[in-house]
Design a protein around this ligand. Structure first.
Ligand code: SF4
Length: 134
């Protein structure tokens, strides 16, 4: 869906304690044995579990995702993310971890349409934007 060419940073995003992959409501069942609940002021969200502050799906020996082709949407779009601005969904780049990003090649319209397809309510998106502070 997206072509994101990173600098082969040894999966810094998957082992950053602040970056917790949030599951879309449609992914919760698929990852039910690998997720936990986080309660935010807006609503509960399900996120992937972590082990020693790293994603449980990270292969620590080679620093690669064990479920690369089936990873959650949140991982698939990273370092892109989205938020609400004046009630409209807006795409942004999260540069906190991915500062070495070489080239970003993505179709904004397509990504927005994929997000829209998920029918995420306002509280879900607000909670999603807060998750890194938990
Ligand atoms: S599911 Fe894979 S891509 Fe997503 S954080 Fe875990 S190891 Fe990284």
């Amino acid at each position: 869906m997206l072509e994101i060419n990173c600098n082969k940073c040894n999966a810094k995003c998957c082992q950053n304690e602040k970056l917790i992959p949030v599951l879309l409501p449609s992914e919760e069942k698929k990852f039910k044995n690998y997720s936990e609940i986080i309660i935010t002021p807006y609503r509960k969200l399900k996120v992937l579990k972590r082990k020693q502050n790293k994603c449980i799906f990270l292969n620590n020996k080679i620093n690669q995702c064990k479920i690369y082709k089936k990873k959650p949407f949140d991982c698939e779009i990273y370092p892109l993310s989205f938020k609400l601005k004046d009630k409209k969904t807006e795409i942004f780049i999260d540069k906190r971890v991915c500062s070495n990003l070489k080239k970003m090649n993505y179709n904004k319209k397509k990504l927005l349409s994929l997000i829209k397809k998920q029918q995420l309510d306002e509280n879900w998106i607000k909670a999603y934007n807060l998750i890194d502070d938990f």
